[in-house]
Write a protein that binds this ligand. Structure first.
Ligand SMILES: [Zn+2]
Length: 383
């Protein structure tokens, strides 16, 4: 691959190089994750490591090849297994889909990178260079070979296209959303491609400050660079609008966002996120996943052990909350759904009380685990 890289950035690679590249990417990711596995770290630590994985993939390959879906899926699976704490071949339940984890934190996800969308954004950068149509050798070579008599936007796949050319045409979808005359998002195209809600989101992505009239460059900041980040979000929208939009997540944006503003240890924030996403391994949840366990709460032996029950309604939890500040006690509703309960707390408590509430909820969960797994009781006064 190095030879190609040196060759003026011109992709002169054939099938074998392509296969090798993909194998290398897969190996790099797997190797990196295996390295992490030796470290015993918290979910909050894993979040940071997972977010660095895109950096281990060579930018060069990402901006030339449309990575095959199977490769992206394999990478996603490797990362998801790591996130849910899988060690070697011991399988773990994936409580939330990887796609959901790749949505923004203020929509209930973890904000992980979607390799597919990232790849599309990197390719769009090359496609943009072809739209821009300058004197670059890159442009001239491609024009001569694939679109001698028209513009890149009108170009067809043609006979015997190279894999790189195919990749560029796929990415054109992203780079083609800008109106050449106004240098703004092409509202007509957005309208035909996206739902109203997605259109609003794309239109909100910055795309102004074009400086030179004759030079079409995507501008996000003062530096005249292509905003891969903006393109990434567009690519993600293109992908996500094909699945049903999660309206609940959208309307609950401020609640999800609140979790990540809490000034508590990362493990507590992470715990609240898991409780709100209903992916704590409570007995009711394990039962739903067909794990053979008792479904009734092991502490009170009365109710199904749901997240709301164990953290709020169970006598153990009630005893703890009874010792909390009066403002928290006043919110003494039942908790059918932990996310709604948290939303109620966001409304009723100020930031500091909310942080205290989150930390107590986390302690209750730990106390529950101590009883279950070590058979030890924690006195409510010790929380
Ligand atoms: Zn109980």
């Amino acid at each position: 691959m190095n030879d190609c890289e040196k060759y003026l950035g011109l992709p002169m690679v054939g099938g074998r190089a392509k296969t090798t590249t993909f194998r290398e990417i897969q190996e790099r990711v797997t190797k990196r994750v295996l390295g992490w596995k030796e470290k015993l770290i918290s979910k909050a630590g894993r979040e940071i490591l997972i977010k660095t994985v895109a950096q281990s993939i060579p930018t060069y390959s990402m901006s030339l090849f449309r990575l095959p879906k199977a490769l992206c899926d394999a990478i996603n699976l490797t990362l998801a297994n790591y996130w849910w704490g899988q060690k070697y071949d011991k399988r773990k339940i994936h409580w939330v889909s990887w796609q959901k984890l790749c949505t923004d934190k203020n929509k209930g996800g973890m904000g992980f990178w979607d390799i597919n969308a990232f790849n599309l954004a990197m390719l769009a950068k090359q496609a943009w260079r072809l739209i821009q149509g300058t004197q670059s050798l890159f442009y001239r070579v491609y024009k001569a070979r694939y679109f001698p008599n028209c513009t890149f936007l009108e170009a067809q796949l043609g006979h015997n296209p190279s894999f790189v050319w195919r990749s560029f045409l796929i990415a054109r979808e992203v780079s083609d959303l800008i109106d050449e005359d106004t240098r703004q998002w092409d509202r007509g195209k957005l309208h035909t491609l996206f739902t109203a809600r997605t259109q609003t989101k794309i239109l909100a992505l910055p795309l102004n400050n074009f400086q030179a009239r004759d030079s079409l460059i995507w501008m996000e900041n003062k530096a005249r660079t292509f905003p891969v980040k903006t393109a990434y979000h567009v690519a993600l929208q293109l992908k996500q609008q094909r699945v049903v939009e999660h309206s609940k997540a959208w309307s609950d944006k401020s609640i999800w966002k609140k979790i990540w503003t809490l000034n508590v240890p990362p493990k507590v924030r992470n715990f609240i996120w898991r409780a709100c996403s209903d992916c704590l391994p409570t007995r009711a949840n394990l039962h739903k996943r067909k794990v053979h366990v008792e479904v009734v709460c092991g502490l009170c032996m009365q109710e199904r052990e749901t997240t709301g029950h164990i953290l709020w309604e169970c006598p153990l939890a009630r005893n703890v909350w009874a010792l909390a500040k009066s403002k928290i006690q006043k919110c003494n509703n039942e908790a059918r759904d932990f996310f709604l309960l948290f939303g109620l707390m966001v409304q009723s408590l100020d930031q500091r009380d909310l942080e205290c509430w989150a930390t107590v909820a986390w302690s209750i969960w730990n106390a529950r685990n101590t009883v279950y797994f070590e058979n030890k009781q924690t006195h409510p006064g010790l929380f």
